[in-house]
Design a binder for this molecule. Structure first.
Ligand code: PLP
Length: 386
């Protein structure tokens, strides 16, 4: 089954472009609210880095989610979209002074601190402004997610976070500092995680760490378990809304919160992944020796995930119903990794056909580049194209 797209409208637009189904986005957000809302201490933030298109950010902000940012630029984008600073969390291994000052000026909810030098700088900069920065420590829980090596973040040897062994030392330091307030623990084990067992492993590790802290009579205000819930790239139509019921129930069942604590989530891909598609046009069909190529006008500059992570995106020919043939679907960029898929069955392809790369709402448009002096792709919503 192919997606039901407004082909006539697409024909009027310059390709390649991103197309967002905002009905699906709103349904996804409603489901998140409904499922997280069953547990009154769950607070969900949207990981802005997945997609910062202002139209998308606006819809997500309307739903009441907070924002999870990883740069000063993202904090600005979130504020501009109307997210309250009191719901903004800020992570990142390399926060610059300028970015930290921005967070301090807005009085964001929390800095997720990833090293001792960073903690010291936040304390200094907050002192200069006569402020107290709320900080959580991003602890590297040393649990691996079964995901692509490039998007695993929670293993011990990783640039992200503070090791478990250093946790007590960092907390001691923070407790002595005058301009930071230690309020939480933060974790993020990776992305595109579909095995709930990985999240259970994280819960068990958090429980252990909480016991250790409790022995020191420390109870933090909040625990933040990051994001990482995956989506079904192989079957974008089968279950377009991820199983948030199972996801939140897993945390409810396995993570032992203390009475006053809130549990924060930072979901990116699972919020926006399925609502987005890259729409591109076939420029040429080229016969090779043993294969044929569908050369399209979109490339790795528009959607880099296949080239960067060998990621799979389902590819559909939207404008042909002829019997399927196998094609290598490739872009026009001067790099041999500029391939969207090899030996893909598509309804017979002709010059001018419109091709959809599905499930491209997360880490798609936002990662676009101008390599080869190409213009950045536009993003259109279904609201605009009716
Ligand atoms: C990327 C990231 C997220 C979001 O991850 P998804 O897999 O898109 O849900 C959440 N928190 C942090 C700290 C991140 O870096």
């Amino acid at each position: 089954m192919k997606a039901n797209f407004p082909i006539e409208q697409f024909r009027k637009l310059e390709t390649p472009f991103y197309y967002y189904d905002t009905n699906l986005l709103r349904e996804t957000l409603n489901k998140i609210k409904e499922e997280a809302g069953k547990y009154n201490k769950f607070c969900v933030h949207y990981a802005v880095k997945a997609n910062a298109n202002p139209k998308i950010l606006g819809i997500i902000r309307e739903s009441g989610l907070g924002a999870d940012c990883v740069s000063g630029g993202e904090i600005k984008a979130a504020i501009k979209a109307g997210f309250p600073a009191s719901k903004i969390v800020y992570a990142g291994v390399g926060k610059t002074d300028k970015e930290i000052n921005l967070g301090l000026d807005y009085d964001i909810f929390c800095f997720n601190v990833e090293s001792i030098p960073e903690l010291e700088v936040i304390n200094e900069l907050a002192a200069a402004k006569n402020k107290i920065a709320r900080v959580a420590f991003r602890i590297n829980p040393d649990v691996g997610a079964h995901t692509h090596a490039n998007i695993t973040t929670g293993l011990a040897e990783n640039k992200f976070g503070i090791s478990i062994q250093d946790m007590d030392r960092v907390i001691d330091l923070a407790l002595e500092m005058k301009n930071v307030k230690f309020v939480g623990l933060h974790f993020h084990i990776g992305s595109q995680i579909l095995d709930m067992g990985d999240f259970v492993a994280l819960c068990n590790r958090v429980n252990e760490l909480q016991e250790k802290l409790f022995a020191r009579q420390i109870i933090v205000e909040h625990i933040n378990v990051g994001g990482g819930l995956g989506i079904d790239y192989a079957h974008p139509n089968r279950q377009p809304i991820p199983d948030f019921a199972e996801y939140f129930a897993t945390y409810h069942k396995h993570l032992r919160l203390r009475p006053q604590q809130t549990l924060h989530f930072e979901l990116g891909r699972s919020v926006v992944g399925q609502c987005g598609n890259l729409i591109t046009k076939v420029i040429y069909v080229k016969q090779g020796t043993n294969k044929q190529f569908a050369i399209v006008d979109g490339g790795m500059t528009d959607l880099i995930r296949p080239a960067l992570y060998q990621a799979y995106h389902k590819i559909e020919n939207l404008t042909s119903e002829e019997p399927a043939e196998a094609y290598d679907v490739v872009g026009p960029i001067c790099e041999s990794s500029d391939v969207f898929g090899k030996a893909i069955d598509l309804n017979k392809v002709h010059r001018g056909d419109l091709i959809a790369l599905r499930s491209a709402g997360a880490y798609g448009e936002i990662m676009a580049s101008g390599y080869n002096c190409r213009p950045l792709p536009q993003g259109y919503t279904s609201d605009e194209l009716v």
